[in-house]
Ligand binder design. Structure first.
Ligand SMILES: C[S@@+](CC[C@H](N)C(=O)[O-])C[C@H]1O[C@@H](n2cnc3c(N)ncnc32)[C@H](O)[C@@H]1O
Length: 589
């Protein structure tokens, strides 16, 4: 067996004495990185026969726990329903930590279950603080509250003493756990203590198998989360994508007419290969929270969540515009969560959701403008997430929790980087699709300037601006846009040749939008104040110096206030390049 120590010898003796089967080609060893680890001591070709089989009477089940506590619905009412395994967990705490517990058939098995677990619930306060700012940190806090509630409800129902109830509800829970951890590790913590229960809760999370396996097809499996402990097979570590089978069958030796539960792997194993189980393909967040480790290069199953807290009304309104269904996991009462992963770095409904958030009141549907504007907002949020995971300084300690945090941050960083890269590709392709020889729904201001030489010349003469990059450098973007919009509103005052040229942008509906805004706008004193400085710097200087552009039509300050609203409706400035695009109004996407 390789793995040495009295408790392991006793455990494997117990397995043998109870008719368990472990293929001779399996050995176990202890590794620092993964605890007990199974590996092949000679090659094992793919096979259909079990490598491990365990009589079902050795499994530690809900039934065993309810028998022990002498509990039944008729007698005690409902157990906390959120976690059907609560009573079995408490039973495990009793078996592991109650010195007065009578001998049970699982003693040798329970003995090898380590009290020293890696899940973040057991990290020190400092170590846990490193996760602050992540969704994982919020989940851990929520889990603490759920597990405390579960503990209190269960012990009340079973009439078992609840220890430190008041402290549990007031103490900073990780301080409290930390202060009791040494006693737990010594095996001396009372079995009915919350921290003992937290331990058995985590043992279940990291080792239990679904009860479903034990029920015959067609029978009522009850709660699908119901689980049991499966000695020996729970010594196998996890790897995503490994193909394994857990099957219930009759004992091949047919001793005692007992049923057995078996483990079969569909992998070809060479000498020295680790024999893995598959706990269900999991993301790193699930692995860290449930099992206390991270699988690097977990690209197929890793994901991150983008959670937005909004008021209920906004969320309800968004349902009309995006494919978010209330019953989907992503919509909760006051928040919406989107999963980002390698296969779908930017879910379609995420883009639509941001399009909805960026919708102007005048837009009846999601438009090209609102989607592009929303994609920029999304870009900023993803960028700040990326910055967080990239630049957050973590202590350079070699302790496991710090190493795990580093790995977790790295994996999250990769996900956000991938989503950002993908979002920029989406933006580019939207721009391309809507600005080609066949479709013109948008045009960049850069292109407009290139084609409107008279206007560009006027900027050169009066502001020394030679090209678009100069406009950015001299921080003159907004002013240039406003001047051009007012110029377009005055199109009819220019000579017919110039009019003809400018009318090549008629499809942008600048004049019509300008008229609509002019008819509805109420100009306040503050609006005038906002524009006065720019206006007095430019006028009447511009009308005097370049009358062919700035003394044709109406160039009063009011026109600029109107142009500012027109700009909100028609212009989108791409955050990444600072490049503005005029977009055809109300162009649904
Ligand atoms: C079902 S147990 C497996 C046996 C365990 N190694 C032991 O010592 O008892 C699950 C625990 O094993 C460890 N584990 C499982 N798969 C792992 C992996 N791929 N890398 C690191 N640790 C792993 C984690 O601590 C996890 O909580």
């Amino acid at each position: 067996m390789m793995i040495s120590g009295k408790k392991y010898d006793d455990f494997f003796e117990w397995c043998k004495a109870n008719n368990c089967f472990i293929d001779d080609r399996i050995s176990f060893k202890f590794t620092d990185s993964a605890g007990i680890t199974a590996y092949a001591n000679s090659s094992i070709p793919i096979q259909q026969t079990p490598l491990i089989s365990v009589p079902t009477n050795l499994l530690l089940t809900y039934q065993n726990a309810t028998d022990f506590f002498n509990w039944s619905i008729a007698k005690g009412g409902n157990l906390p329903t959120n976690n059907p395994n609560a009573i079995t967990q408490l039973y495990l705490s009793h078996l592991k930590l109650n010195p007065e517990a009578k001998k049970s058939q699982w003693d040798k098995y329970v003995e090898i279950l380590s009290l020293d677990l890696n899940q973040p619930y057991f990290w020190t306060v400092d170590q846990l603080q490193q996760l602050k700012g992540t969704d994982l940190y919020i989940k851990i806090q929520q889990d603490f509250a759920t597990i405390i509630q579960e503990y209190i409800e269960l012990l009340q129902i079973l009439k078992v003493d609840i220890l430190d109830q008041e402290k549990l509800q007031t103490a900073t829970i990780s301080h409290y756990i930390n202060s009791h951890l040494p006693t737990l590790l010594d095996g001396k913590l009372p079995w009915n203590h919350f921290v003992s229960y937290l331990w058995s809760h985590c043992i279940f999370k990291s080792r239990a198998f679904p009860q479903l396996l034990l029920n015959n097809a067609g029978s009522d499996v009850g709660n699908i989360n119901l689980a049991f402990l499966f000695p020996i097979v729970d010594l196998l570590n996890h790897k995503n994508d490994v193909v394994v089978k857990w099957e219930s069958s009759n004992d091949i030796n047919n001793k005692n007419d007992n049923k057995v539960l078996t483990f079969i792997t569909q992998e070809t194993l060479h000498v020295g290969d680790q024999i893995f189980n598959n706990y269900g393909n999991k993301s790193n967040e699930e692995l860290l929270l449930g099992y206390g480790f991270i699988q690097e290069n977990n690209n197929n199953y890793d994901y991150s969540e983008l959670t937005l807290k909004l008021n209920e009304e906004t969320i309800n309104e968004s349902l009309k515009f995006c494919d978010l269904q209330k019953h989907d996991n992503i919509v909760k009462r006051d928040c919406v969560s989107f999963e980002l992963n390698t296969k779908e770095p930017i879910p379609d409904n995420l883009l639509k959701f941001f399009g909805f958030l960026s919708k102007l009141q005048t837009e009846q549907v999601l438009t090209l403008r609102s989607i592009l504007d929303g994609s920029d907002e999304l870009y900023s949020i993803l960028l700040s997430k990326l910055d967080f995971f990239k630049n957050h300084k973590l202590p350079s300690s070699n302790l496991k929790p710090y190493r795990l945090t580093k790995q977790y941050f790295n994996c999250q960083r990769k996900i956000f980087q991938n989503s950002i890269d993908y979002l920029l590709k989406i933006q580019k392709s939207i721009l391309k699709e809507n600005n080609n020889n066949l479709t013109s729904n948008l045009v960049s201001f850069k292109t407009i300037l290139k084609n409107d030489e008279i206007f560009l010349n006027s900027l050169l003469q009066s502001f020394g601006i030679t090209n678009f990059d100069d406009i950015i450098q001299k921080d003159f973007l907004k002013q240039s846009l406003l001047l051009w919009i007012v110029r377009m509103s005055n199109i009819e005052s220019y000579p017919s040749k110039e009019q003809k040229k400018l009318s090549s942008w008629d499809w942008l509906d600048i004049q019509e939008t300008f008229r609509e805004v002019a008819n509805s706008i109420v100009i306040e004193k503050e609006d005038v104040m906002e524009f006065i400085e720019f206006y007095t710097n430019a006028f009447p200087k511009l009308s005097n110096e370049i009358p062919e552009v700035y003394d044709k039509g109406d160039w009063k300050i009011k026109q600029f206030i109107i142009a500012d609203t027109v700009m909100d409706i028609l212009v989108w400035t791409r955050k990444l390049t600072n490049e503005p695009f005029f977009i055809k109004k109300q162009q649904p996407l």
